[in-house]
Design a protein around this ligand. Structure first.
Ligand code: TXA
Ligand code: MG
Length: 308
């Protein structure tokens, strides 16, 4: 077991030193906390897979501090450049690989690379201090619910990683939207930037169906709580706790409301944290219907995976 160092927000220089030594360090982003390693160091990258128990065929997102740094890693076509105007932000672009220095293990052998510039001061301070790309999946054990708070990372990974750089609660609360820009743009994963925002910039985009899995990590069973999840509940059954949304007639002895005022951004921010809290009650969880628009699409996607 490792002794996991708990670093305060302003200790990003120390976190960068640990990364340079080939250690893995969890850090905050505006979507979810990431588990970072030096993108050019395969030994370090292997430690991410080991700490998470992540299958090796599932590639990692490279985080950089600017578009200039991103362009050194991949080839950006016109649509990719247009979408990159949403950086810093919750969108990841998959582009043809250009750099020769990225660990093949991080890429899982693909000749494309997923890149994101996070919109979080602590993450950007860390990237600027480290001066190299940091590959990072979400900082949870593989298959668990993604972490949106320092304490979630601690619960999942204490003793398995070198350090956790502390930060605020993740402002957005669901992972980035992933858009493949290899040919015609395809949304591989719904996420923090709604489809509407993307289509306003580049027009109608396709999305993957469960039959044509292009993102290797898009297996359905994911984000799973330990207890059973029932979606689109119109009533609460005996013994269930409730993950509610907005104003309705649903009541349960144990219930949390993602957003009493029916705000989807607030609901996304609370989603993983509330799922973790309800899961601790060891009861089946029923979930109120969430509108399938804007961030609601990403929320429903994560809930569907959690219920699978
Ligand atoms: O918001 C986020 O995206 C967070 C924060 C930490 O940045 N990261 C995150 O990483 O959610 P992860 O590893 O949990 O999900 C990354 C997804 C995986 O499903 C992986 O298969 C896909 O990105 N991916 C990575 N490289 C890819 C590539 N070259 N082509 C297609 N999909 C790729
Ligand atoms: Mg993940």
């Amino acid at each position: 077991m490792l002794k996991t160092q708990l670093l305060t927000e302003n200790q990003h220089d120390l976190a960068a030193i640990l990364l340079a030594k080939g250690e893995v360090v969890a850090f905050p982003t505006e979507t979810v906390y990431g588990l970072g390693a030096d993108a050019t160091n395969s030994e370090a990258v292997l430690k991410i897979y080991a700490a998470k128990g992540r299958p090796r065929f599932n590639p990692l997102i490279a985080h950089v501090e600017s578009l200039d740094a991103a362009i050194e890693l991949g080839h950006f076509n016109e649509e990719a450049l247009t979408l990159a105007s949403l950086w810093a932000g919750a969108i990841t672009l998959v582009v043809p690989l250009k750099s020769k220095y990225i660990s093949e293990i991080a890429l899982a052998g693909l000749n494309s690379i997923a890149i994101r510039v996070p919109n979080n001061a602590t993450a950007l301070n860390l990237l600027c201090a480290f001066k190299k790309p940091i590959v990072a999946p979400s900082a949870n054990r593989s298959g668990h619910i993604s972490p949106t708070q320092f304490s979630h990372v601690y619960d999942d990974l204490n003793g398995r990683i070198a350090a956790i750089l502390q930060g605020e609660v993740s402002e957005i609360g669901v992972e980035s939207t992933i858009v493949s820009c290899l040919n015609k743009p395809v949304i591989l994963r719904e996420g923090g930037v709604p489809r509407e925002t993307i289509e306003a910039l580049i027009g109608k985009t396709e999305s993957v169906t469960s039959k044509t899995i292009i993102a290797p990590g898009m297996m359905l069973a994911h984000y799973a709580p330990n207890n059973k999840l029932r979606l689109n509940a119109l009533s609460v059954e005996k013994g269930e706790c409730l993950l509610n949304f907005g104003v309705n007639a649903l009541h349960a002895p144990h219930s949390l409301n993602l957003s009493p005022i029916g705000n989807l951004s607030e609901a996304a921010q609370n989603l993983f944290s509330f799922l973790r809290q309800l899961d601790k009650l060891n009861q089946p969880i029923c979930v109120a219907p969430i509108p399938q628009k804007g961030l609601g699409v990403a929320i429903n996607d994560r809930l569907k995976r959690a219920a699978h």
